[in-house]
Design a binder for this molecule. Structure first.
Ligand SMILES: C[S@@+](CC[C@H](N)C(=O)[O-])C[C@H]1O[C@@H](n2cnc3c(N)ncnc32)[C@H](O)[C@@H]1O
Length: 230
């Protein structure tokens, strides 16, 4: 076998495993959360919109020109059961304004708004994800969600009460820069990070680490850190 064929064959054999995982996750989501009409409508439209387009491939293609030390070129979504555990940990209410930095297709943003009635804002650098999410928002009339097409580094999050940073979405350099930007956050704002504590980047004077928990992610169980802005 030529060396060039080996990775393609490996991918072919791995595919049934990925498919089984995705189907199992879809069924878990449907059983647990599709009773919520607003979420069901948003999520089914979202899944349908990407039926023949892989968000993973779209992400890798779009992010290819970005410098490797600034942007991670991988895609993945937080399982809703993990998002639920995070929402409970921060005691999310309808008065909260939650930002998902690097929101991807926006499934988590729709979920947060539908399940907890909070205002949910997704920030995403890939324009197609934002366009599609806005179409779904309009179709289902989800007034409590917003999708901003921007680099997360360029925004101000003064109005946030909770910020979610998916574990591997950002490089070390990007997290350090972002942590500096968080100096303008209102005291009391919760920032949730996955696999690393923010205090490692922002210094202990800016954030207090309130809670550490474990959540299920694509790559396995991972530490989740809940910080409070001082
Ligand atoms: C791993 S996905 C996370 C999806 C979602 N947050 C979730 O938890 O389900 C990361 C997303 O962050 C986006 N992204 C990466 N760097 C970004 C940046 N600097 N500004 C805005 N979005 C970014 C990518 O395009 C990708 O869609």
């Amino acid at each position: 076998m030529t060396p060039a064929l080996a990775p393609s064959l490996r991918a072919l054999f791995a595919y049934p495993g990925y498919l089984a995982r995705d189907v199992a996750e879809f069924l878990r989501t449907a059983v647990r959360y599709y009773r919520n009409r607003a979420f069901r409508r948003a999520d089914l439209r979202c899944l349908l919109a990407y039926l023949i387009r892989s968000p993973d491939a779209m992400c890798q293609r779009y992010l290819r020109p970005f410098p490797r030390d600034r942007v991670q070129k991988i895609y993945g979504e937080t399982f809703f059961s993990t998002l639920d555990a995070i929402a409970k940990a921060v005691q999310l209410t309808e008065n909260d304004v939650v930002y998902d930095l690097g929101c991807g297709r926006g499934r988590g943003v729709f979920w947060l708004n539908a399940m907890y009635r909070c205002k949910a804002i997704g920030v995403e650098i890939l324009p197609e994800f934002v366009i599609q999410a806005r179409i779904i928002k309009k179709r289902i009339g989800a007034d409590g969600v917003e999708f901003i097409y921007a680099n997360v580094m360029d925004l101000d999050y003064r109005d946030a009460t909770v910020i979610y940073l998916y574990g591997t979405a950002f490089t070390d350099n990007a997290i350090a820069e972002l942590a500096g930007r968080f100096s303008t956050l209102a005291p009391g704002t919760r920032v949730v990070t996955v696999s690393y504590p923010l205090t490692q980047y922002a210094g202990a004077a800016m954030f207090a680490l309130e809670q550490t928990m474990t959540g299920r992610y694509l790559w396995g169980n991972t530490e989740i850190y809940v910080h409070r802005k001082l």
